[in-house]
Design a protein around this ligand. Sequence first.
Ligand SMILES: *Cc1c(COP(=O)(O)O)cnc(C)c1O
Length: 395
Amino acid sequence: MIPHVLPTYNRAPLSFVSGAGSWLLAEDGGRYLDLGAGIAVNALGHAHPALVAAVTAQAARLWHVSNLYRIPEQERLADMLVAATFADTVFFTNSGTEAAELAIKMARKYWSEKGQPERTQIVTFEGAFHGRSTGAIAAAGSEKMVKGFGPLMPGFDHLRFGDHDALRSAVTDRTAAVMVEPIQGEGGIRVLPDACLKGLRDLCDATGALMILDEVQCGMGRAGRLFAHEWAGVTPDIMMVAKGIGGGFPLGAVLATEDAASGMVAGTHGSTYGGNPLGCAVGAAVLGIVGEDAFLAEVRRKGALFRQRLEGLVAAHPTIFESVRGVGLILGLKCRIAPTDVVKAGYAQHLLTVPAADSVLRLLPPLTITDDEIAEAVARLDRAAATLEHAAAVA
Ligand SMILES: *Cc1c(COP(=O)(O)O)cnc(C)c1O
């Protein structure tokens, strides 16, 4: 019999009843150190007092009115995002997938309005993840996501990650846009080198193609800058944001320059819930904290500390781990065994991690993780690796 909850997930037999900071309390009373943060969502950890206060105050005042009216909380968060980024304008969504949908529509509309309606092709990359809508799976194109869901939305060229020659021949003056994650999350914490992001910007400038960055996972402070592309010193035309921006409240956004957004006039796009007062009040509280220079400097410092400790872990367990990758607090351990086995061994040590493609174990802790918690996390990973080595030795 099919479970009452549609079984599209392979769930761990764990359920949590409360959380505080980097810790989750399980139903059976166990305390788990959370290095997954709800897949890079709980940027400020669990039950952060500022977010609890923001959501509680707004919940007592007003939840939803629809976009038929002006929404002051939405305007305030848009003001903050515009002030902090390259963007001139923002559309709020409830998820990353919805942000991908708008980014695709915006790029196509742009060229349609510029008198080149045939310019619809969007270049994307193998290993990418942009969400689960029909458009987003077509954009990413992996067999695992698209199989059985055809016919797929046409208009995407999938290139191999790091294939510069293919990129130069694929991006032409007929390309609508290039869509890329500065750091692939689901793909295995694959960091696009700064030089490549710069080169991509140059290629877009030379051909007119719009540069769409998907910062749903690597943005909102996770890479040690408010947005990961800042490391490369370039700016996109369109950017997708979600996950961390709501700190756990479902919230996403598309940020764009005035030019890139010029086709999106009244009536061209909408969302019933997107930008509701509740979500935007929480988003403003998150950005108010994460957007501070001192907070971001701490993410960089802790990321470097964590990375250094992980290098030691790799050296201590060469049959389990191969290398460390990532920037700030979006880190990956390339594994020599199935990363799902390491995730399971972590559960036994009351440690939560997330697997990714490319044999990578993802470490996406709350950005508020402390130095002591980083040490504790590495100690638990060390014990998990030791049990795996022991199991391999007796097998
Ligand atoms: C999670 C993710 C998405 C999709 O976000 P949802 O909120 O799950 O729809 C899109 N892009 C990237 C890079 C992501 O990590």
